[in-house]
Design a protein around this ligand. Sequence first.
Ligand SMILES: [Zn+2]
Length: 464
Amino acid sequence: MNNLQVVIDAGHGGSDSGAVSSSGIKEKDLNLQIAKYMYEEFQKKGIPVTLIRNTDETISPTDRVQRILNAYGNNPNVVVISNHINAAGSGIQGAEGAEVIYALRNNSTLADNILTALGNAGQKVRKTFQRRLPSDTSKDYYFIHRNTGVTEPVIVEYGFIDNPEDLTRIQNNYQKYVDAVVDAVIATKLGETIPSVPQEGTYVVKSGDSLWSIAQKYNTTVNELKSLNGLTSNNLQIGQVLNVPTSITNSPSNSETYTVKSGDSLWSIAQKYNTTVSELKSLNNLSSNELQIGQVLKVPSGTTSNEANTYTVKSGDSLWSIANKYGTTVNNLKSLNSLTSDNLQIGQVLRVPSSEAGNNTGGTSTNTTYTVKSGDSLWNIANKYGTTVNAIKTLNGLTGDALSIGQVLLIPSNIPTTNTYTVKSGDSLWSIAKKYNTSVDTLKSLNGLTSNSLQIGQILKLPL
Ligand SMILES: [Zn+2]
């Protein structure tokens, strides 16, 4: 096995509890449980393995590093697996999934393989990344990376202890996750790559759907959907089965949660999260409107940044008049609200399209319209508005490229008015700030962010 030697660290311990769940579960205890099981699994495979602590012991960083380096020496064949459970911090609900952090001196192969294996084992996956010390960016942020010589250390964060769902998932599946990590370490040493099992779910096309509306629903783009499904045109057929992204950052199943309090109703919760009662019910597979205090409901994620606004139906409204008001189409409204008929009820709360760029700034939520003139093509109109031919076609349900003079087109409204940056895997506010020569605080205030977490695909404004 290419001299693979493994050191297993159980993060925290003793007076250092690590993160603690609202139910009082301590990270140090879960880490130990995970580490002990991992130790047994490596032993069973005959791989030299050392466990840094097997009791609830307080260990200083210096001592911990010493134990790591003492196990098999300061040697690049030594893989150090530091086991942790993440915490998103107070006020943040619904963060979930695994992360693997690797040292600046290593490449991402081991971390990537571990994360992929965890995903294949059923855990949600977030990202692999490196983290630098702000005061000296040539150095690793975490001492387990920084002070461990030439060994290959990875911090494995299995999920979030302050998300009850993620915590339960870890408690119920930790052995499966550990098996995955063990296999990934061995595969990496053998020079193998863990094949990533595609994380796509499927969606069955309904009447009124367009690639645009489905992309909206799954927080992705028309192009992404097309490539995921090998589509060459924008045409859909009712009943057609599409692959849709289900990865942690862009799936509707990646919901945040809300715990029902006294006095809550589905309606009041729907209002709070800018969604509808029927949406909440379908998200939670509820057949009745009854709630119980303490019940944990999924709520649409990203409601503060990307989700649609809502409109409450008034006397005299029709889908047509509302569609007009919001610069959209009846079909779009119907699919956005999963409506099967055109009937509306006064007081009904509908989701209406909102512009991605306008949300945090109170900008308009309507699409612009454009009347086709002689000589226009989709291409020059798209250029004029800084959008794409595909975006205009899907918004207008066009199947071909032909336009007629006088035709009124909806123009996608998320036209950037400032420089923007689309968040990619591995990005942090810090790395983006560095890249654009600005500060994390500037980015946060420019984008109205209250936390440091980013989602892949999220569009950030940059200072001009
Ligand atoms: Zn920890």
